[in-house]
Design a protein around this ligand. Structure first.
Ligand code: TTP
Ligand code: MG
Ligand code: MG
Length: 413
């Protein structure tokens, strides 16, 4: 993929915290388009009942319900971007929407499918960056501060590492689900939530503190998550429309109308300040270890060194599994080559394991499936499909850790 032009003039060091907000694009509608690819590019509205299920005709073509035929009090759950172009948005009455887009296709909601895709995209992100705060069916915060390589410039672009990680996350989501998402990356959750919307759909927006006046202050105050319809209306009455106007507002005036604590928060938010941590609740989806080399290494010329690093990563991973009390079944590797191209491979074992040698053998088998002619800058090993030793999926006591195949097939380095 071609590198996008730098969106920032940042020259100093990157901020201590790098927080992403990721939001799926037209989520329910996009999941439906996977099922009905013939609707791609059309105005599609999700929100119908079972009766609006498409019918397959004898000749194999599908017949869809149209918005113009809808009667009832239902609302639009979500709409495709083509329908949004016609003025049809979430929460609008379906009959009102029908006036704007009579030909739009109407589909029933299928929450089970959306929940399934929600799990899939979150697991795909976790493979790249595991510190995730779940914020609902189609969005998450991700703490990227310690993702390996993120602070590395690429060429003259100081944000090259950030961009590479953002692209890697988006690619991982696309591969796992076929869906696109938009990502905002900034020093905190408040700004990232705003930033992820700035370049929707399929966007990456990176924004640093020094860009707040230029890029955040022109926006309307309602773009700040936490300023709802009521506070927004009240601010408007006070002549405060944009975030910049809010930042410049007299604190005493804000206190008078909103009370001490909300006024203080409004002031901080307008200046883009927010130190809330990314709060993770969930069990890990996978555990990984990776390392970026001091200098780029070649599979053949630096074979011994790479082999030792590879083995050590597997041993560390096995120790992590033991310490955290997990067994894993899917072993994966990640290679990043000079020029930042990233390749992953994985392999699912017959039985879950915690054993360093079994992991090393499986990782070695994955490695055999990669062209190693280019020099490497990063090597990582990951284990997923985690289970607790007591789980039904775990091997019975006394059973041997799984091995993918015989050792002589293996180590390339
Ligand atoms: P959003 O992320 O707000 O919207 P979206 O994903 O459809 O579109 P965008 O590209 O702008 O992010 O919401 C995610 C899903 O939540 C959406 O697909 C449907 C559902 N939803 C509702 O059920 N009711 C609502 O009012 C909204 C806004 C969304
Ligand atoms: Mg969304
Ligand atoms: Mg959302």
């Amino acid at each position: 993929m071609a590198a996008s032009p730098p969106s920032s003039t940042a020259s100093g060091p990157l901020p201590q915290r790098l927080i992403a907000h990721l939001d799926m694009d037209a989520f329910y509608a996009s999941v439906e388009l996977l099922r009905y690819p013939d609707l791609k590019g059309l105005a599609v509205v999700v929100g119908g009942r079972r009766a609006h299920e498409p019918k397959t005709l004898p000749d194999g073509t599908r017949q869809y319900a149209r918005l113009r035929d809808y009667t009832g009090r239902g609302v639009v759950t979500t709409s495709s971007y083509a329908a949004r172009d016609l003025g049809v948005f979430s929460a609008m009455g379906l009959m009102k929407a029908a006036l704007r887009a009579p030909d739009a296709i109407l589909l029933p909601t299928d929450f089970d499918a959306y929940r399934r895709y929600s799990r899939l995209f979150k697991a795909a992100v976790a493979e790249v960056a595991p510190v995730i705060e779940d914020r609902g069916i189609d969005e998450i915060y991700i703490d990227l501060s310690d993702v390996p390589g993120i602070r590395e410039p690429v060429g003259h672009d100081p944000l090259g590492g950030v961009r590479a990680v953002a692209r890697e996350i988006k690619n991982s989501v696309l591969r796992a689900t076929g869906l696109s998402c938009s990502i905002g990356i900034t020093p905190n959750k408040l700004l990232s939530k705003i930033a992820s919307e700035l370049d929707k759909p399929d966007g990456i927006t990176i924004l640093l503190a020094e860009e707040i006046p230029a890029r955040i202050w022109p926006l309307g105050v309602r773009k700040i998550n936490g300023i709802g319809p009521k506070a927004g209306a009240k601010l408007l009455e006070l002549g405060i429309e944009s975030v910049g106007e809010l930042a410049a507002a007299d604190p005493a005036l804000l206190r008078q109308h909103f009370g001490e604590s909300y006024a203080a928060w409004l002031h901080e938010a307008a200046h883009g300040r927010d130190d809330r941590p990314v709060v993770t609740h969930s069990e890990p989806v996978s555990i990984s270890r990776e390392t970026t080399f001091e200098r780029d290494l070649h599979a053949k010329h630096d074979r011994a060194e790479l082999g030792a690093i590879f083995t050590r990563l597997c041993e560390q991973l096995a120790a992590d599994l033991e310490r955290k009390g997990y067994l894993g079944r899917t072993v994966g590797i990640k290679l990043r080559f000079e020029g930042f191209r990233t390749v992953t491979r994985d392999l699912t074992l017959e039985l879950p394991t915690q054993d360093a040698q079994a992991i090393r053998r499986a990782a070695g088998a994955c490695l055999k499936r990669v062209d190693l002619s280019q020099r490497l800058r990063l090597l990582g090993v990951r284990i997923g499909s985690l289970s607790r030793p007591g789980d039904a999926a775990a091997p019975r006591r006394g059973s041997k850790p799984a091995a993918p195949s015989r050792a002589e097939n293996l180590p390339l380095f």
